[in-house]
Structure formats: C-alpha cells, structure tokens
Ligand binder design. Structure first.
Ligand SMILES: [Zn+2]
Length: 269
C-alpha cells in the first residue's frame, strides 16, 4: 500500500515537473522578440541555387527559390525589424559564389550554418529523434530561442509549365494560428489581387510527416513549442506566379506581405 502511494506521488510529481518544463518553454517562446528566417536550400558553386527552378526563362526570366530568397529575404527582415523585433536570417549552406547574390547576402546579414554536407540527413541536436536534410538550420534557429521560425521557400509541382493554385503555408501544430493569420494577410493583399490565383485562397497545411523532408524541421520546432512555417505559397511551375515574381516591385510586395502577416500574428499573441 505504502509502495503504491509512493508510486502515485512519484508519478504526479513527474507529471508536474514535465508540465512545469513545458510551461517554461512555452513562456520563453511567448516572451521572445526574435524571429528567424531560413533561406531554403543552399547555393552550390558553379551550379547555382539547389531548390526548385522554373522550367525555362520564358516567363520573364529563370527563377530558383534559394536565389530568389537571397534577393528578397531582406524585405521580410525589414518589416519584422520595423515592428520592433530582432530578425536573424540564416542559410544552411555557405556564402554564394555569385557576386550579386553575395552582395545581397551581406546586405541582409545572412548567417551561414555551413552544413558539412548540405544534401545529407542529420539528427537534430535539440531533439535527436528528429532528422532531415537541412535540420542543422532548424537547430541553429532554435539556438536563438525564437518567437517563430519561417522557412523561406517557393513551391513547384512540375518540371514543365503547369498552372497550380494550391499553394499553402505548411506549419507545425504550434504554428497553425500563425499560418492562418499569414494566409489571411496574403488573401487580403496579394492572392487574387496583385497575384492571379484562379480564385483559390492561400492554404494552410499542418505537416508532421517525414524524417527526410521539411516535416521534421517543423517537428523539431514543435517539440520546443516554437511556431514554424514553410512558405510554399507560390509555384515556380505556374507561369502566372512566375511572371508575378519576376517583377521586382511585385516580388518585394510578396516578400513584405510574409513579414506583415507574421507581425500581425506576433503582435496579437
Ligand atoms: Zn524549397
């Protein structure tokens, strides 16, 4: 009887300690004034950005997502900093060898994680049961004890031109309210307004799958109660989206709308 009682008390204490640790982590996230932006993929010398690319240059020029975000991450950062938050911009690779992209990286202050093998799967330092290509970025983002992490990507669902409209903010469970706010902002400012999208709204998809892909970037952030979003909202295989993104003025508005949506969520937490 005494042993049973001790077991019950022990279990309750353990539950309380776990809950305390969880509440402390959640409080830390809520009190954080730092947002981390991760420029997706990496730049390979002589081969360029290693993310998705347009099928060809017929819609105003060739576009690749890593190169795009080297050019425009500074716009997202500017919006976030103007709202009084610290913004850290990272990339899992090394400084681009292309001089104009390197100039953009320096201007934006991109911190390079220099993953030894950018295409290899690594275990997370923070949550070792999580593993993925690119997870060193997610780890480095968590080192900053952030309020949120935004993984900057562009989507593609075809190697040939194909008009896709189902773009979405992929998010973890913790990040769902943030993704919903960011999607609302996109719908009010960009989607079906300046950027044609066939009348379809910007989507929100909770993603928990996968040890190899972006699922575990989101999972490892979720394990630390940090909202995390992957911006797969425009398609490099959709000629309408690409014509839009090839306009520097519109690309800048698109990037800034991502920052504005994030701040709209963060300032109302
Ligand atoms: Zn990508």
């Amino acid at each position: 009887m005494k042993n049973t009682l001790q077991l019950i008390i022990g279990a309750l204490a353990c539950l309380t300690i776990t809950q305390c640790a969880q509440q402390q982590m959640q409080r830390q996230v809520l009190e954080s004034r730092t947002v981390v932006l991760d420029i997706g993929h990496y730049y390979a010398s002589g081969r360029g950005g290693q993310g998705a690319r347009t099928p060809d240059a017929s819609q105003g020029g060739s576009l690749e997502e890593c190169e795009f975000w080297y050019k425009y991450a500074g716009e997202v950062k500017d919006v976030i900093e103007q709202a009084g938050y610290k913004c850290v911009v990272i990339n899992r690779g090394d400084m681009p060898t292309d001089p104009s992209l390197a100039a953009c990286a320096r201007k934006t202050g991109v911190l390079h994680v220099k993953t030894p093998q950018p295409t290899a799967v690594y275990l997370s330092r923070h949550h070792p049961e999580r593993m993925a290509v690119g997870i060193l970025s997610a780890d480095y983002a968590l080192d900053w004890k952030p309020a949120a992490v935004i993984f900057l990507h562009l989507n593609s669902d075809s190697d040939t031109w194909h008009t896709s409209y189902k773009g979405a903010f992929y998010c973890n469970k913790t990040g769902e309210p943030m993704a919903i706010t960011m999607a609302e902002h996109m719908n009010q400012t960009i989607f079906n307004r300046t950027m044609p999208n066939g009348g379809f709204p910007c989507g929100v998809i909770i993603r928990t799958d996968g040890h190899k892909g972006g699922g575990d970037w989101l999972n490892t952030c979720n394990d630390s109660w940090v909202p995390a979003i992957i911006t797969e909202i425009a398609f490099l295989s959709n000629p309408q989206h690409v014509r839009f993104l090839n306009s520097p003025v519109k690309a800048r508005q698109f990037a800034r709308a991502i920052g504005e949506g994030a701040i709209r969520y963060l300032s109302n937490r």
